[in-house]
Design a protein around this ligand. Structure first.
Ligand code: FAD
Ligand code: FES
Length: 1276
């Protein structure tokens, strides 16, 4: 194990230190650093713009680095597989994959240089490049150091010697509470297991680890059997393959891949089926450590291996002291014989048999995300036919995900034995399976009806696969059975469903305006790398939890309410205070002044209004102790009524935050009387978790005098942190210094919520007089901080038969949660932006912010627009359905066309909207691809394609002038170096990079002479939040102003010595006592809105865009694949095209998450179930379009913002809905073909479950009796 050197990536959070004995560990710091040498992986990730906030970058580097250590020239498939287990919330993965491609074997030189997709590139006339001077290159491969495997770290010789020379002996590690024992022989292991029957065997720790970490399970003794040779055996036998139970899933995968290439096809059907499951099981980091035995023995319902291994007659070799036995795995799940594994027994190995002649084996799975997600349902199926016939001799069907463990359809299998493999058998099989396999509803609200449909859909897929194989195999093997009439195979149009969707290395292109005439020194408009890119990739970038510990520092853990609406009867902290290392318990009583969260004079919190509300907090000497103690605080509640969780319940109880907002134009009621048609409907849009990679983090450090405190926070709004902390401590703001170096992603979630959390830490720091570190776990962050508002849009739309929309009456309801936060503002913005790209002559819209007992929802990229515009696009599509015109025609007919006014009387020039739309149509070859998709759909029954194009108008503005004011401070030191600061926060959007570009242009010095240190309330007071896409616009103006002031002061000196250098001028200025420090200021945009009149100028300018997306769906499972997306965006003159395209792509992929994947689930009592990456799925590498093109509209100017640019942070998110409507298009084609009703509603997120439900067929009908919940959303 150790002498054979192998590099593997692993998740640090799950890997027990004890199991690293004898291993060499390389972290990102060991790969390379700015102090030593930056590794090519780090360099290329940074230079290809693969980092934004940078929090995911070390993980990306380690995955790529590990692959390259094992395969210096990997294939694109290996590269894609290596990244399947890594998540990035910022970039949308495209630039990361561009960096990866530069290492891959098969990339063409073009592709390596530019990431240019040959398909797309070929379709671009060369003329375009010349005429509009566009560029398609965001980085240059010439700058990259070559990858030289001989320069890599070697395996430490001392460890090598240890592995070779030291006799293996049992290892014991004793901790504070636990003992870890690692035996080296099977006998020893059996003795240990007999002595400690309750002790788990830990190999990969991917099963035991999460239970101990998140579910409070504790094991005083752990046995680690990974070093025992018998458990690592890999042995080919006459009839199959034996794998030791401690073999990792990666080893199993490699061994099976080898075996498949070596054995005849007939013998490897089981291997192929198991391998298929292994490819998508977890990510590479999980498979590298998780063991085969662990997966089998855990008997989790979601095990992807147990169903296929059981169906395939795999045999387990078990051992206990003095006893060995072999049992078929199927016996355990089918309830046959002595089928329990006793606590003393261990699994030594697993025998996977060869398949036989006439035997067919398949495995299936459907998960919320195609890769790195536990299955919703999976299956393993095997059939053996009487020789040369289609008569079933032996049939096995096992399912996972249906019940609490793997289950067997035993009765079905025996009832079907002896039957022919035909339609009648299929029909009966489905009915029998549905009867036999009970799918109980689970506490976490799982999808019973969907699971039932999947169960029989999987069988149908198996039926088709076998039928297809029979066509060739039976005819081939048995001349007597040669009868094409009996074995006709499957209809051609069914064939494609036998192909699973695969993740391919995406091809992409990015087009932006080149700057050929600009001075080479001027960085504005060029794709400059993120200033912290290299530091992100080397792990040197410092986030809050990386800050060195402060002497005497304490750790804080919060105790949260477990009731949604209740009175607190008592809080018992006695047990918590007994936990070693606990310092104190902090409650509302300790808040010296204002308690911002609890609006009451009473110092005790008496009422809780949501699950997850912070009730008190524990401070201790370590994070572990603080969390252990927090879990011991006992709270008694008296439950109160009503508990309002949903929008519907809020409407029923008239529970709203005030004011409600309304906008109206034209005469709506009259218009409804004159229209040809009216539709009415509603759409539900689920919330969204920010899922910033860095959770909310604070370090509060009392300075020991004058009540001063340094507060380091991961926030978008230091000024509000300062204000809230000062208010809660009862000190003036000038005593609180808030510092932000960078933020690991925010997306709107680190505004007011961070203030609340910082206040908690500050109160604890004040009370204890110690520094307090407070880093929320992912689970607590998701539970406490809220997210995007769930939304209901109820609409009535009047239109003419020719597609002209004349009247719209719409009500929006957003679920604000338990405190106001910014909900009323979000509701108002959703009204102002609801028109998207359309002129609606008669319009009435209302927005209501519902007050419920959920954690308070807050700002999230797009701020209400992604929801209200989705409602608009939904009724646009419905108008298309009703008129028989295409959705794109309805969009074109109703789009703003000339200088017009919005529904609140703001002037609008839609010229660039129309240009974006036309260019997107052209670049995506919309009409020809639509035709091709229709053709595909005619030829494929179970797979369908869909395509949609959606326009975008995104108004830029914050509504009032004071919210867009900004300041900057620029110092020039006597050595000529410049220190720049401004009020903006770096959270991945590259603002500091852009500001340095601005200062570089203004001062006419290289970017390398300018440094940005941190954003702080001490250097720039009262800065507005970095939000609303406005950071670069407003801070850029302030930086420009400061630089111009300095330049003005320097000008006489420059004039006197025009040939002098910058350093000489600065020296001279100092000697002439010219101040080398200046502030810059921007007053903000003149924006206003009069809600009484329903008119105003709340926005300064508009961004425009369009996106065309194409998808393919699998009607049997509801799964889909994003095939291609083309985006055209008008963002004025980009200051940094790499950063801006990164924002567009990242937001777009976040939009795909919102509209198609990310689903928050609550219990009926208001407890959030989805509290981590296990349950809540954000897009991964497998979810981005296979072809992805982004073009920035050329020759666009914006007189209102710095250097004619436009603020781009949020707009792209909405374009993710082009995927939603492409899916709808595919579903429509299914429904048309099947004669189903053409009017139907799809809610967001449009998950596989909804897609499957909408593609009604015989299988859904069989489940119909209980179709319930989903069907209600599929109306009409
Ligand atoms: C992020 C993540 C994603 C995952 N995705 C998937 C997925 O998509 N599909 C899927 O099927 N699974 C998935 N899993 C589950 C994973 O495959 C299993 O947790 C893993 O295989 C268990 O192996 P282990 O070595 O880590 O087990 P450990 O945690 O080390 O042990 C698990 C249990 O097995 C017992 N055990 C282990 N070896 C033996 C033995 N030889 N004899 C007797 N008992 C033994 C232990 O006592 C313990 O109770 C995922 C897990 C994680 C953390
Ligand atoms: S850059 Fe990947 S999470 Fe921010």
């Amino acid at each position: 194990r150790y002498i054979r050197k192998k590099h593997y990536s692993a998740n640090a959070c799950l890997l027990p230190i004890c199991c690293l004995y004898g291993a060499a560990v390389t972290t990102v710091e060991g790969v390379g650093s700015t102090e030593t040498r930056v590794h090519p992986v780090q360099e290329r990730l940074a230079k290809c713009h693969g980092s934004q906030c940078g929090f995911c970058s070390p993980g990306m580097v380690m995955s790529i680095y590990t692959l390259l250590r094992n395969y210096p020239e990997p294939t694109p498939e290996q590269m894609i597989a290596a990244l399947a287990g890594n998540l990035c919330r910022c970039t949308g993965y495209r630039p990361i994959l561009d960096a990866c491609k530069t290492f891959c074997k098969v990339s063409s030189s073009d592709d390596r240089n530019t990431g240019l997709c040959p398909l797309v590139a070929n379709s671009l006339p060369l003329l375009v490049f010349f005429l509009f001077k566009v560029s398609t290159s965001l980085f240059s491969i010439d700058e990259f150091q070559p990858l030289d495997p001989t320069q890599e770290l070697i395996f430490p010789p001392e460890l090598m010697r240890m592995a070779e020379n030291q006799p293996k002996r049992t290892l014991f590690f004793h901790g504070e509470r636990m003992t870890w024992i690692s035996p080296v022989s099977l006998d020893e292991l059996l003795d240990l297991k007999a002595a400690h029957p309750k002790a788990p065997l830990v190999v990969g720790n991917t099963g035991v680890g999460p239970e101990m970490k998140f579910r409070g399970v504790f094991h005083p003794v752990v046995i680690a059997p990974a070093r025992i040779p018998d458990l690592n055996v890999v042995k080919y036998t006459e009839d199959g393959l034996t794998l030791g139970a401690a073999c990792s899933l990666s080893v199993a995968k490699d061994v099976l891949t080898n075996a498949i290439s070596e054995f005849p096809e007939e013998k490897t059907k089981v291997f192929c089926a198991v391998l298929k499951q292994l490819r998508t099981l977890g990510g590479e980091q999980i498979r590298n450590v998780a063991s085969l035995g662990g997966n089998i023995i855990s008997r989790k319902s979601t095990s992807d291996l147990n169903p296929v291994l059981a169906a395939s007659n795999c045999v387990l070799s078990l051992a206990s002291r003095g006893k060995k036995r072999r049992i078929p795995l199927s016996d355990i799940f089918a309830g046959v014989g002595n089928n329990t594994i006793t606590p003393e027994e261990i699994l030594v190995s697993v025998h996977i048999p060869h398949s036989r002649k006439g035997e067919y084996v398949c495995a299936f799975r459907q998960a919320p995300r195609r890769e790195n997600a536990l299955s919703i349902t999976n299956a393993g199926m095997r059939v053996l036919f009487e020789e040369g016939t289609d008569i079933i001799k032996d049939l096995s069907i096992f399912y996972g995900g249906a019940a609490s463990t793997t289950v067997c359809a035993k009765q079905t299998c025996s009832a079907l034995t002896g039957r022919h493999w035909n339609e009648q058998t299929l029909d009966e099989a489905c009915r029998l399976i549905l009867k036999e396999i009970a799918v109980p509803g689970s506490a976490s609200g799982e999808k019973v009806d969907y699971k039932k449909t999947l169960i029989i859909s999987f069988f149908y897929r198996f039926f088709l696969e076998v039928l297809q194989s029979l066509k060739t195999t039976v005819n081939y093997f048995s001349m007597s059975a040669f009868d094409p009439y009996h074995y006709p195979g499957i209809p051609v149009e069914y064939g494609s469903v036998l192909q699973d969707f695969k993740t391919k290395m995406p091809q992409s292109i990015q087009i932006y305006q080149a700057k050929p005439d600009q001075s080479p020194q001027d960085p504005v408009g060029r794709p400059i790398m993120h200033q912290s890119g290299i530091k992100h990739a080397t792990g040197e970038a410092v986030y809050i939890d990386d800050l060195p510990s402060v002497d005497g520092e304490l750790f804080l853990a919060v105790v949260t309410s477990s009731r949604a609406h209740a009175k607190i009867v008592s809080i018992d902290t006695s047990e918590a205070l007994k936990v070693p290392g606990v310092f104190d318990v902090i409650s509302a009583h300790d808040v010296p002044a204002t308690n911002e969260f609890y609006y009451s004079d009473d110092p005790e919190i008496v009422f809780v209004i949501c699950v997850g509300q912070i009730v008190c907090a524990v401070v201790a000497d370590s994070d572990v102790h603080a969390k252990q103690a927090a879990a011991k605080v006992k709270i008694e509640y008296e439950v109160l009524e009503p508990v309002i969780l949903t929008i519907e319940e809020a409407i029923k109880h008239n529970s709203f935050f005030e004011p409600k907002r309304k906008l109206e134009q034209g005469n709506v009621d009259q218009a409804f009387e004159t229209v040809d048609n009216i539709i009415e409907g509603e759409i539900h849009i689920g919330g969204q978790e920010h899922f910033y990679m860095e959770t909310q983090s604070v370090l509060a450090v009392p300075k020991g005098e004058d009540k001063e405190m340094d507060v380091y926070v991961s926030t978008q709004h230091p000024a509000v942190i300062q204000e809230m902390v000062a208010a809660s401590l009862g000190v003036p703001a000038n005593r609180i210094m808030c510092h932000v170096k960078r933020v690991g992603g925010a997306f709107g979630g680190k505004l007011l919520k961070s203030g609340l959390l910082a206040s908690v830490a500050a109160v604890a720091a004040k009370k204890t007089g110690r520094a307090v570190r407070f880093i929320l776990s992912r689970g607590d962050d998701m539970l406490i901080t809220g997210g995007r508002h769930p939304f209901i849009g109820k609409y009535k739309v009047g239109f003419m038969n020719d597609g002209r929309i004349r009247a719209v009456d719409v009500n929006y309801y957003i679920n604000g949660g338990c405190t106001p936060d910014e909900s009323v503002l979000v509701a108002a913005v959703s009204l102002l932006k609801m028109d998207n790209a359309y002129k609606i002559p008669n319009l009435r819209c209302w927005a209501y912010a519902c007050k419920t007992n959920l954690p308070s929802n807050t700002a999230f990229r797009g701020f209400g627009f992604p929801q209200s515009a989705l409602v608009t696009e939904t009724w646009i599509t419905e108008v298309a359905d009703k008129t028989g015109l295409s959705p794109e025609k309805i969009r074109e007919i109703n789009m703003y066309k000339e200088n017009e006014q919005t529904h609140f009387k703001q002037k609008l020039d839609p010229q660039n909207l129309i240009r974006c739309w036309n260019e997107c149509m052209e670049k995506s070859a919309y009409y020809s691809r639509k035709k091709a998709a229709n053709e595909f759909n005619k030829q494929n029954y179970w797979k369908k394609k869909g395509i949609a194009i959606v326009p975008l108008k995104f108004p830029f503005g914050l509504g009032t002038r004071y919210l867009s004011q900004a300041s900057a401070l620029v110092h020039i030191y006597t050595d000529g170096s410049v220190l720049l600061t401004h009020g903006g926060i770096e959270m991945g959007q590259g603002i500091h990079t852009k500001m340095i570009q601005v200062a570089s242009r203004e001062l006419n010095i290289p970017m390398s002479s300018i440094h940005f240190c941190e954003t702080s309330t001490t250097t720039v007071p009262n800065a507005c939040a970095s939000a609303g896409s406005a950071g670069t616009d407003v801070n850029g103006m302030a930086v420009k102003d400061a630089c111009q002031t300095l330049l003005k002061r320097l000008q006489p000196i420059i004039n006197k010595n025009p040939k002098g250098t910058w350093n000489e001028w600065i020296k001279e200025a100092f000697e002439q006592s010219v101040s080398l420090s200046a502030t810059g200021y921007f007053r903000g945009y003149n924006e206003n809105m009069d809600w009484e009149k329903g008119e105003g100028q709340p926005f300064t300018y508009f961004l425009f865009g369009a996106a065309c997306s194409e998808v393919e769906i699998n009607c049997l499972t509801g799964d889909h694949k994003n095939l291609r997306t083309d985006i055209v965006m008008d963002i004025g003159c980009s200051i940094n095209p790499a950063v801006d395209i990164g924002q567009i792509e990242g937001a777009f992929v976040q939009g795909i998450g919102l509209y198609t994947m990310e689903e928050l689930k609550y219990s009926p009592e208001g407890v959030l179930y989805t509290r981590g990456p296990d349950q809540y799925k954000i897009p991964a590498v497998c979810d981005i379009p296979e072809q992805f093109s982004v073009s920035l509209l050329s020759s666009s100017q914006n007189p209102h913002a710095i250097y004619a640019s436009k603020g781009i942070g949020e707009a792209g998110l909405f374009l993710g809905c082009s995927v939603f409507f492409a899916l709808r298009d595919a579903v429509t084609s299914v429904r048309n073909e099947r004669g189903l009703k053409t009017t139907f509603v799809l809610n967001s997120p449009l998950t596989a479950e909804q897609i499957r439900a909408s593609c009604a067929d015989d299988f859904t009908e069989m489940v119909t009796e209980s179709w319930g919940g989903v069907c209600s959303s599929v109306s009409g």
